[in-house]
Design a protein around this ligand. Structure first.
Ligand SMILES: Cc1ncc(COP(=O)(O)O)c(C=O)c1O
Length: 577
């Protein structure tokens, strides 16, 4: 190992071999493609494949699994071409997600729907549409634990190399954990137990590798230059925007604005839509549960315009009082803005009801999805909200990137909030005209690579399946709530029946900062503090809590580690109790 090599976590498999993986997949795809379509151009660009010709800027390795991706082992409609064992051996099996690949598993290049797909002369005939070719059928049920990788010509349906069908349909948190290299870290000599997911989530190899791939093969500014790398970067960036669109079920990628995260997205709406539509005497309604990011921008707007900020109360379990909420709405209400999930308590807020209420009173409604998107499927059209926003880093993506969804008519009535390059259609010294949304709201060079990384994170989550994630986390939350009950003097704050991912608590006589520090000594990362939600904690008479927050890679063992540590800390009279 040279000094510049990344450290091997716990002596495990090397990580960060993105270029090897993608090159191997690209080589494999080309090899198969040449066999399937003799004389055609290569399928994908493969920098280190001497046999791959210049196949044009459009032929790029794209990291998404299209909607029609096979559900397992190449078992999908379309032409299925078994991958030769020699080519399988080319895949770097020590690579994170492929570590457990069973070589007996059949691999297929799925040519489903590709217009020029052709079965090669002499190759074994493809099997029926819903099953792999009999010759390649494994003797026993294969252990499929790897990811699916997609190779696209740009237009779906894409060509999919399905290396085993991944985990779709089955959910194994221990396997999910293996996708996250940082979770093999040791902290103070103990295995890391990451329970600070509401603050930020960790990143899977698929995201880390997608970022490396961007910088190694696609890095350029977007939109401007007419050269190959600019085209690749633009494709990747706009591809990511389309992934956000699909993830939220927005009608068009024109409804998706990239922002630094939830905070910036809320500020964008406050400073653009708010300044145009809110004036003296108007009202903005939020709930008591809000994160500071969904309080301060509205407070600032109210102070600047003479509007009034009104706050709907919560009950003793931490649920928004819908009856009281409605009473606050009236003819002066211009905007309602609420979190879908509380970061401090975990309460799931019935935002569809609040959207309907706000609309009944003619207000626009914004939903802060920062704590929701990694736990539950979101459909902005079904919710009918006017704005929805989230942060990439809370859904296994990079920091510094997030998205704002806006209804077309809402975005169109909004002026730009920042000026500069990229957002204009024409500039003279006398007058500037602006691009239509979303470009109008993205002045300057955006966070291109991280947007692409966010796209990879959304693919990852989609592949795990939000229903699987929700089910697992719900079980874990029930388990955690039960197990924490053993700790003397522990009180859970936020006991709504409908909660996602958060166990917030205090222990009689112990300071939350001391607890946080003591747990860290045991390798357990939780948040101790006000969680940027001081009003809701004060509603419960508190300045801070300890918060353990969950993700799909958490297990009952993680909860056990937390509970055992708390039992030791309370039982041993720690902190001089
Ligand atoms: C509910 C909620 N809203 C907004 C934010 C702000 O997110 P960011 O700091 O990523 O902009 C957070 C962050 O914790 C949050 O939990």
């Amino acid at each position: 190992m040279t000094t510049s090599d990344p450290p091997k976590p716990d002596g495990g498999a090397p990580v960060g071999v993105n270029s090897d993986l993608t090159a191997a997949i690209a080589r494999l795809a080309n090899e198969l493609w040449r066999a399937a379509s003799p004389g055609t151009a290569d399928l994908v660009r493969a920098a280190d494949d001497p046999a791959a010709g210049a196949s044009g800027a459009g032929n790029q390795l794209v990291d998404h699994v299209p909607a029609n991706a096979p559900l397992g082992g190449g078992a999908s409609a379309g032409t299925l071409l078994p991958v030769p064992p020699s080519a399988i051996a080319d895949l770097p099996l020590s690579f994170g997600g492929l570590a457990d690949v069973n070589l007996a598993t059949p691999y297929f290049l799925d040519l489903a729907g590709h217009p020029s797909a052709a079965w090669p002369a002499g190759a074994p005939a493809p099997g029926p549409a819903a099953a792999p070719p009999a010759a390649a059928q494994p003797a026993a049920a294969p252990v499929w634990s790897s990811d699916a990788y997609s190779l696209s010509l740009g237009e779906p349906p894409a060509v999919v190399l399905d290396t085993g069908g991944a985990r779709r349909g089955m959910f194994d948190p221990a396997q999910v954990k293996r996708d996250f290299p940082i979770l093999r870290e040791r902290v103070h000599g103990r295995p890391l137990v990451w329970l600070d997911n509401a603050a930020t989530t960790q990143k899977p190899t698929a995201v880390i590798d997608r970022l490396s791939y961007f910088y190694e093969h696609e890095s350029s500014n977007v939109h401007r230059a007419a050269h190959t790398l600019a085209a690749r970067a633009t494709d990747a960036y706009e591809g990511a925007r389309d992934k956000v669109r699909r993830f939220l079920n927005a009608p068009s990628s024109k409804n998706v604005v990239f922002a630094r995260g939830t905070t910036e997205a809320i500020n964008l709406v406050a400073k653009s839509w708010g300044k145009r539509h809110i004036g003296a005497g108007d009202e903005i309604v939020i709930s008591w549960l809000e994160h500071h990011a969904n309080i301060v921008p509205w407070q600032q707007l109210a102070a600047e315009t003479g509007a009034r900020l009104r706050v709907a109360p919560v009950d003793d379990r931490g649920q928004v009082r819908l009856d009281e909420f409605e009473k606050l709405l009236g003819p002066r209400t211009r905007l309602v803005s609420v979190s879908q999930v509380s970061n401090a308590l975990g309460t799931i807020v019935p935002v569809a009801d609040i959207v309907a209420m706000g609309h009944r009173h003619g207000a626009r409604v914004m939903v802060d999805g920062a704590q929701a998107v990694s736990h539950m499927a979101v459909d902005v059209q079904a919710l009918d909200c006017d704005f929805y926003c989230f942060s990439g880093h809370k859904i296994f993506g990079p920091t510094g990137i997030g998205a704002l969804y806006g209804k077309t008519e809402a975005l169109e009535e909004m002026p730009p909030w920042q000026g500069g390059g990229n957002m204009i259609s024409n500039v003279t010294f006398e007058k500037t005209t602006f691009n239509p949304p979303p470009g109008r709201f993205e002045a300057g060079t955006g966070n291109i690579a991280d947007a692409v990384g966010l796209g990879a994170a959304l693919d990852y989550v989609t592949e795990l399946g939000l229903p699987n994630i929700g089910r697992h986390e719900h079980e874990l939350l029930d388990y955690g709530t039960r197990e924490l009950g053993q700790v003397p003097g522990l009180r859970i704050i936020g006991t709504a029946p409908d909660k996602a991912g958060v166990l917030s608590f205090v222990i009689d006589g112990l300071r939350t900062e001391d607890l946080g520090h003591a747990l860290d000594q045991e390798g357990i990362a939780v948040r101790a503090g006000h969680h940027c939600a001081q009003p809701i904690l004060r509603r419960f008479g508190l300045e801070s809590t300890v918060r353990a927050s969950l993700a799909p890679y958490n297990t009952c063992e993680d909860i056990d580690a937390l509970v055992q540590a708390l039992l030791r800390l309370t039982g041993a009279g720690a902190f001089g109790r």
